[in-house]
Design a protein around this ligand. Structure first.
Ligand SMILES: Nc1ncnc2c1ncn2[C@@H]1O[C@H](COP(=O)(O)OP(=O)(O)OP(=O)(O)O)[C@@H](O)[C@H]1O
Length: 624
């Protein structure tokens, strides 16, 4: 016998499992059945492709045995099984990104963490919600030695060599005092039906029931052994759509992807013709927690003629759709398809292309509440798609949503166009946008003032990291161009005549500011685009580096600083007074304050923060 310690993080997880109250602890059975299903899938593949196993008579099934006297429940499969190393790796350490992400989100607040358990489904460890001890007796297909893994859910577990005839796994649970409901065969049957009716293997329930046996005077109560198959055992995706109800789809989803929330939507397609395949895709209500981790777990399972091939291929769908859960079952691929073949396979490429179209169509069909939820969870990924999936760019641009200076919440590009079209006068076919990190700063940016004045809508893009790269790369949507308002003059609102008039009075001030600020600015000029602010800074769009910045970002490099142009508002009190002042000191301090406060309003850092604060204090005390 060998004793092992659980990886520290698992200790934390077990602690949570054993000591909190669970509203949905029945999911432990769903998790065990799901694991048994996967183990059967894996062996089925070997049985069909590997000479060693081809001749074995194999009758795949899952057995659930209730033993009231022993206070135990056992879930058995004759699948692939595990050896000692697998046990340590699979049950003693955390390898899965999903579980890692789960642990990262734990708060220590029992109530919140409980909800998380429901959302994630933490696999095997969920047994400790109902069991005081767990034995996993298992033998790997093709090996001679069987093993027993035992744990009471505290810091340690044991692994012992044992004897077992058939390959596969028995998970034996000694139930806790308060978990006796799972000895009731009605209850167990109900749970299996609820979650696992449509997994492709038969699930048998074995239990004892007291029955009247005999006749007349000799009738007596006796315990009778009963066995019955409790699920349909037909792979859901192979059934005709007309036979399936919403509940069937939801039940199947919750077992295979361990999600207690109902999916937002699904799309089931049975394709016949030159290529034959079935796809079933789900969009989870909540984005999988590992979605932005490099080691995310893909959510699509590939089958060939109902035989499971892999659930570890990240590119069955384009990467930006990595939140989609589902099944692709092809009639045309060979069973022994290797990873390399998968990646270059023409059949799969065709399926993939058609699948993306189906998924995007399903998204567009969501009702308002669900669509809002979709955007809340996945807008970023849709933007990723706009950048990477040129074939479907138009469709993705229909889906993507942005904040806007004109409307509450989010807007589609189509609505932006509609509103712009309704405005008086001629409208250029342009989407104006402003990019930055902070919505509040963006909404109050001096750059927006001119557009507000001219009643032009500006999209507020506060997902800087991604918007800054993706938006300039879009090019056009339905003939409309994207224009970053920080890189253009605001021609519609720049009043040339007025500017000329102001020129006479303010040119000396502009010259003085230039001299004071020197290298810190590329230029100082007058503008009529502002209304409330005295100044703003804009990048010099004629500078070739300004164009290059996006490229730098796309390559993941820090973009070089581009010189800024300081624009001043001749209609603002401060500028008017500065044009008249003779006081060199005030002029000097004001020049820097105009530049630094304009930078702040754009979310940039002033050159010298201490000096900035001192200058502001100095100017204020003179004004008092
Ligand atoms: N009945 C079983 N037969 C063979 N291997 C199993 C069995 N149960 C569990 N395992 C192994 O243990 C691993 C961990 O199981 P666990 O339920 O914790 O997570 P999972 O099923 O991989 O992930 P998830 O629950 O997120 O789908 C499985 O991936 C599998 O390799």
């Amino acid at each position: 016998m060998a004793k092992y310690e659980y990886q520290t993080e698992i200790g934390q997880l077990l602690q949570l499992m054993t000591h909190s109250l669970y509203s949905h602890r029945e999911i432990f059975l769903r998790e065990l059945i799901s694991n048994a299903n996967d183990a059967l899938d894996k062996f089925k593949y070997l049985h069909l492709t590997d000479e060693k196993f081809k001749n074995e008579t194999w009758d795949p099934k899952i057995n659930i045995k209730i033993d009231k006297e022993d206070n135990s429940l056992a879930v058995t499969d004759n699948g692939i099984g595990m050896n000692e190393e697998d046990l340590i790796h699979n049950l003693g350490t955390i390898a899965k990104s999903g579980t890692k992400a789960f642990l990262e989100q734990l708060t220590g607040d029992a109530k919140k963490d409980n909800n998380l358990i429901g959302q994630f489904g933490v696999g095997f460890y969920s047994v400790f919600m109902v069991a005081e001890r767990v034995d996993v007796i298992t033998k790997k297909a093709g090996e001679d030695q069987a093993w027993k893994f035992s744990s009471d859910g505290t810091g340690e577990y044991e692994i012992t060599p044992v004897i077992k005839d058939e390959h596969g796994t028995v998970v034996y649970l000694k139930l806790k005092e308060d978990a006796k409901e799972f000895l009731d065969h009605w209850r167990v049957k109900e749970i299996v039906k609820k979650y696992s009716d449509h997994i492709p293997y038969p699930i048998f329930l074995h239990y004892e029931e007291e029955e009247n046996v005999g006749e007349g005077d000799k009738v007596e109560m006796k315990k009778v052994k009963k066995s019955e198959q409790v699920n349909e055992a037909k792979a859901l995706w192979t059934l005709p759509k007309s036979e399936l109800k919403d509940e069937d789809y939801i039940e199947f989803y919750s077992t295979l992807w361990h999600d207690s929330e109902e999916p937002l939507t699904w799309t089931h397609n049975q394709v016949e013709g030159s290529l034959e395949y079935t796809t079933l895709f789900y969009i989870p209500r909540t984005a999988p927690a590992d979605i932005f981790r490099a080691d995310f777990q893909p959510g699509v399972k590939l089958y060939v003629k109902r035989v499971f091939i892999t659930d570890d291929e990240k590119e069955l769908l384009p990467l930006y759709l990595r939140f989609v859960r589902g099944i692709i079952d092809s009639e045309d691929l060979p069973l022994n398809v290797s990873r390399e073949i998968l990646q270059e396979n023409r059949i799969l490429a065709n399926i993939r292309q058609a699948s993306v179209k189906k998924i995007l169509a399903a998204i567009k069909k969501l009702d308002e509440e669900k669509f809002d939820r979709f955007i809340d969870q996945y807008n970023k990924l849709i933007k990723e798609g706009i950048f990477t999936d040129h074939l479907n760019k138009e469709s993705l641009l229909e889906i993507v949503r942005y904040k806007s200076s004109k409307v509450e919440g989010m807007t589609s590009l189509d609505y932006y166009m509609k509103r712009a079209g309704e405005r008086e006068g001629e409208t250029k076919k342009e989407f104006y946008y402003i990019v930055g990190e902070d919505e509040h700063l963006l909404r109050n940016s001096p750059l927006l003032e001119a557009y507000r004045k001219a009643d032009i809508e500006v999209l507020i893009m506060d997902d800087k990291e991604i918007d800054e790269i993706v938006t300039p790369a879009i090019g056009e949507y339905k003939g409309w161009k994207f224009v970053d308002i920080a890189t253009v003059d605001a021609p519609e609102v720049e009043d040339k005549e007025k500017l000329e008039q102001y020129g006479e009075t303010f040119t000396p001030l502009v010259e003085k500011l230039k001299t004071i600020l020197g290298e810190a600015v590329k230029e100082v000029r007058l503008t009529t685009r502002l209304s409330e602010s005295p100044s703003c800074v804009v990048p010099d769009s004629s500078d070739p580096m300004a164009q290059m910045r996006h490229l730098f970002r796309q390559m993941g490099q820090e973009a070089p600083e581009i010189p800024l142009i300081l624009e001043i508002n001749p209609e603002h009190e401060m500028i008017k007074k500065l044009a008249e002042t003779e006081d060199e000191r005030i002029l000097e301090e004001s020049a820097w304050v105009l530049l630094d406060s304009a930078k702040l309003a754009e979310g940039l850092e002033p050159g010298d923060k201490v000096a900035f604060a001192r200058r502001v204090a100095d100017l204020l005390s003179r004004a008092l």
